[in-house]
Write a protein that binds this ligand. Structure first.
Ligand SMILES: [Zn+2]
Length: 476
């Protein structure tokens, strides 16, 4: 070993201190344009050096933590599941960042042959560029991530050819460009190489798509869970058809803009598609064919503090989901799925547990589905099987879990029933609705009649029949 490790660590610490001192007096807001850009470039060079070492060290820790070393692997000796966890604990960086560094580290690390000889790295030129500080982290990752997956199909020589060209472009100048390519240009160029080398690929496109299909785990950002979906075209086509089939009729010409039977949908198309998807998930989860978990139907467990629920503020939490959910969402879960009171004292002891009896049972759901036929809000086309049952009078206000107090609402109309202005009234057990003020065509609340609302086709046929009896059609 050329340098004793503690010595190198000490020197790096001293350099870090020197760098911090050099920057201590700098106020970037006071710099003129050119010095600002010069400092930016100088700092970037320090960053590139640091990045290249981050990659090298991550590669080394990864190699020492590889699974085949068993109990001797470094991660196990330090009490971690794997190298990623060990590095995340050491650096406090995210596992995603660590995984990237380790991937790049493994691809640019010198290999040892079975004979004990040292062999060049899988991406030797990328490794050299990183070591020299001429190739940036993002560019290196773009090259490795694009070319490594096709190596098996196009062969080492072709990958090397592309690697040479890409490293040259990223560290510039080249014949094509007087300046080095930025990381995004390198990634674009790498894709071009990928297409050229792997033109028809030895694996048929269909098989590749099959291997690449997937729905990623969710990443929570700004109160939303973001997932990436790579759907096979035929699956996507069905998905698309389903979403479109149940989108509310929009921009249909009507005689009267305020006709409550053709209300305009205030949602953006993407939002409406989300809400159709929400109803679709509800329907699938409720379906008798859905696999049961431990005997019960698939259940989402939401917890909320009693005080928050009573006050209508704060947040609830779904078991296994990082993002908190709004109180409105909790109330929707309570209305459609029931609740169970769990009293836990200050020491964390379970004091009491209520039973869940506020969920409409299967027979009640069938009866309500027959009566309502789907979400009862006019203009909405979500079918009964995908709708939730809403307590017209809330349980906390004395409303019962009976068919005369339950109506079908889709996920969106259920979520927004308190705020949308739509009102629901049961008159002799029959659901009636009144549109929000902006749909009343200038009429006051008193002038706006309650209208009976059903989507059931048998009910509608019956209504028409009776209307015809009252006003016989004259046939000449
Ligand atoms: Zn609806």
């Amino acid at each position: 070993m050329r340098t004793a490790i503690p010595e190198a660590t000490e020197e790096v610490a001293a350099a870090h201190l020197g760098l911090a001192e050099a920057l201590a007096g700098v106020d970037e807001r006071l710099l003129h344009d050119d010095p600002l850009l010069q400092l930016t470039a100088a700092i970037e060079r320090v960053g590139m050096l640091v990045d290249s070492w981050r990659v090298r060290l991550a590669g080394e820790v990864g190699a020492r933590s590889r699974r085949e070393l068993g109990d001797d692997r470094l991660s196990a000796k330090k009490g971690c599941r794997n190298g990623v966890e060990l590095l995340a604990r050491t650096t406090l960086a995210s596992e995603r960042t660590i995984t990237q560094r380790m991937r790049l580290g493994a691809a640019t690390r010198a290999r040892v042959a079975l004979t004990g000889d040292t062999m060049p790295a899988r991406f030797e030129q990328v490794a050299e560029g990183l070591r020299a500080g001429s190739l940036g982290y993002d560019s290196a990752l773009a090259i490795v991530d694009t070319l490594d997956p096709i190596r098996g199909r196009v062969g080492d020589l072709n990958v090397e050819l592309a690697e040479t060209a890409l490293v040259a472009a990223a560290t510039g100048p080249t014949l094509e460009s007087a300046l080095p390519f930025a990381a995004d240009e390198v990634r674009g160029q790498a894709r071009v190489w990928e297409n050229v080398l792997d033109e028809d690929g030895s694996i048929p496109a269909e098989e590749r798509a099959m291997a690449a299909r997937g729905i990623s785990g969710g990443l929570t950002r700004d109160g939303l869970v973001h997932r990436k979906m790579a759907l096979l075209p035929e699956v996507d086509a069905k998905f698309e058809t389903l979403l479109n089939a149940y989108l509310s009729p929009r921009s249909k010409p009507t005689f009267n803009d305020a006709d409550p039977d053709q209300p305009k949908d205030p949602r953006a198309t993407a939002q409406a598609r989300h809400d159709v998807f929400a109803s679709l998930i509800d329907g699938a989860a409720r379906s008798a064919a859905a696999p049961t978990m431990g005997g019960a139907a698939p259940t989402v467990l939401v917890s909320v503090r009693q005080a928050d629920l009573a006050a209508g503020s704060g947040a609830g939490f779904i078991e296994g989901c990082e993002a908190p959910i709004s109180l409105r969402a909790v109330e929707q879960f309570v209305c459609a799925g029931g609740q169970q009171h769990v009293l836990i004292d200050g020491d964390g002891r379970l004091v009491s547990l209520s039973s869940t009896d506020r969920v409409f049972n299967a027979q009640q759901r069938r009866a309500i589905s027959l009566r309502d036929g789907g979400c009862i809000i006019p203009g909405c086309s979500i079918p009964a099987a995908w709708s939730e049952i809403h307590h017209v009078i809330a349980y906390r206000d004395g409303g019962e879990t009976e068919v005369c107090n339950g109506v079908l609402l889709c996920w969106f109309h259920h979520r927004t029933i308190e705020t949308s202005g739509w009102r629901i009234l049961m008159i002799d057990g029959v659901p009636h609705v009144k549109p929000p003020p902006w749909l009343r065509n200038g009429r006051t609340d008193a002038e706006t009649p309650w209208r009976r609302s059903t989507k059931s086709r048998t009910q509608l046929a019956d209504l028409l029949e009776r209307q015809r009896e009252r006003q016989p059609v004259l046939v000449e």
